[in-house]
Design a protein around this ligand. Structure first.
Ligand SMILES: Cc1cc2nc3c(=O)[nH]c(=O)nc-3n(C[C@H](O)[C@H](O)[C@H](O)COP(=O)(O)OP(=O)(O)OC[C@H]3O[C@@H](n4cnc5c(N)ncnc54)[C@H](O)[C@@H]3O)c2cc1C
Length: 449
């Protein structure tokens, strides 16, 4: 087979895998594990309303949360998705629920934003974590939500002291509870010698993202939102009092538009395209493990991460029988076992006991990054947006969806510390996605040195 032919074949496989994924899909290396218990629903058989108060574009956590708040406030809401609602990152993620605060170096955030705003941003992160737990409880969403805590392992010895200082800063500046676990005591947290100690954020949580999204969507539907899958917004045109949103099933005239497309942001709103960088991440699920093995490897059944630049994240499945291991995308887009081999190898490096275990399948999804590593919400040309969760979107997207809906409603509860951030593009934004594999390779080299 010629070189070009080979490339075309891989490209065809990629397109096929994505198409299968788009229709709700089949195949162990296409369909997310979460879709077994929470199959995607198409929502493609209802007539599209010609008018609405608000059109929300993108039906992941952000869009669905916004639609719920708006519908409960009595607004006529149309929620659109280019595929099955929730089929983007919101039903593909690791189900690790945090405040996002662990991503910041507090000293650097303070130097950048000043002490008062840094504290406000961190405290709002904590509020997001509390909000999602309270929402799930209040709404009675059955999604295996568990306050299990998060362990983050240090991949180099010198990371331990730096992490300790950062955790102390988080406590002082924003009251975040955490504790350090030295390497000598690490066995009580994790059945691996790979890390040089770590920290625990005891209030972080886990959930089943497919079930959580389904529950949120059901609440939005019950509140009166009109939900339409496989109905992409293809253009947004300003009108005298509002907008017209074009779709393949006809236009919708509306007073307001909210764009909630995060890692799936295309050229619909050029302002956003110039500010978003899509990065892929992939996850594998092992076969059911031998009884007792999960408890030996993850005795507290927390969610787990590490300090590497190209990091891995993992957790037990909600029923406690499998390892769900996430990390770099590698060849995952091929949609076959070979494409996910690198994740099994990474997993075996941390947990030698898992070398050679059966892999039930894998999947990947798109994460929306911004150039300042911060989520953003606001309005551009009158079009509202909330996106850029940089890989921590379970709590943040839920929160930002609610906030942006409240802004549309003119509710003072829509105010956020994140309002003050300037949403910058980059002179080379158009090259950023193509550069991601090179940056990742450079980071991996630095991680390994
Ligand atoms: C593999 C993976 C693992 C992750 N793990 C975690 C984790 O453990 N914890 C955590 O907090 N976060 C995690 N994340 C991130 C988290 O899933 C996201 O931040 C969050 O789901 C974003 O939600 P969203 O609603 O903004 O975007 P999405 O859920 O991605 O939804 C965007 C939607 O917009 C739709 N869309 C795009 N263009 C259009 C258009 N023109 N018209 C109509 N619809 C359109 C897409 O079809 C898509 O459904 C992970 C992400 C991935 C991919």
């Amino acid at each position: 087979m010629g070189r070009n032919h080979g490339l075309i074949k891989v490209r065809e496989q990629v397109v096929m895998a994505e198409q299968v994924a788009a229709i709700g899909g089949e195949g162990p290396y296409v369909t997310p594990y979460w879709w077994q218990a929470a199959p995607r629903r198409r929502f493609d058989d209802m007539p599209l309303p010609a008018m609405a108060d608000v059109v929300v574009i993108g039906a992941g956590f952000t869009g669905t949360s916004a639609a719920l708040t708006l519908a409960r406030a009595g607004r006529r809401v149309v929620l659109l998705d280019a595929g099955a609602p929730g089929q983007g990152a919101s039903s593909r993620n690791g189900g690790q629920v945090g405040s996002g605060n662990q991503k910041f170096k507090v000293a650097a955030l303070t130097a950048w934003q000043g002490a008062a705003r840094a504290s406000a941003l961190l405290r709002e992160g904590t509020a997001m974590l509390e909000h999602i737990g309270a929402l799930i409880e209040r709404e009675g969403i059955d999604c295996d939500y568990t306050v299990c805590g998060r362990f983050r392992g240090c991949v180099r010895p010198e990371h331990y002291d730096a992490m300790g200082r950062d955790m102390e800063d988080l406590r002082r500046v924003a009251g975040v509870e955490s504790f350090m676990v030295p390497r000598a005591e690490q066995a009580r947290e994790i059945g691996s010698d790979y890390y040089h100690g770590g920290s625990v954020l005891p209030n972080d949580a886990s959930l089943h993202p497919g079930k959580y999204h389904g529950g949120l969507l059901d609440r939005a539907l019950a509140a009166g939102a009109s939900v339409h899958g496989f109905c992409p917004a293809t253009a947004i045109a300003p009108e005298r009092s509002g907008f017209s949103v074009a779709t393949p099933r006809g236009p919708i005239r509306c007073g307001h538009v909210i764009v909630a497309t995060n890692g799936y942001t295309d050229g619909l709103v050029p302002f956003l395209r110039r500010r978003m960088v899509t990065v892929r991440s992939a996850i594998i699920a092992t076969d059911e493990l031998a009884p007792g093995l999960v408890d030996r490897l993850m005795p507290k059944r927390r969610v787990y991460g590490c300090t590497a630049r190209v990091f891995h994240y993992f957790r037990p499945s909600p029923d406690g029988t499998r390892m769900l291991w996430g990390g770099r995308v590698g060849g995952a887009l091929r949609g076959d076992a070979e494409g996910y081999r690198h994740l099994a190898a990474d997993m075996a490096r941390v947990f030698p006991a898992l070398a050679g275990v059966g892999i039930a399948g894998g999947w990947s999804g798109q994460i929306g990054y911004t150039f300042d590593d911060m989520p953003h919400m606001g309005a551009a040309g009158g079009i509202h947006y909330a996106l850029g969760f940089c890989g921590t979107g379970v709590s943040r997207a839920t929160w930002f969806g609610d906030k942006i809906a409240r802004k549309v409603l003119g509710d003072p509860g829509g105010a956020s510390a994140f309002d003050e951030l300037i949403f910058l593009s980059h002179p080379f934004w158009f090259a950023a996605e193509r550069a991601v594999p090179w940056v990742e390779a450079w980071y991996r080299l630095r991680d390994s040195l």
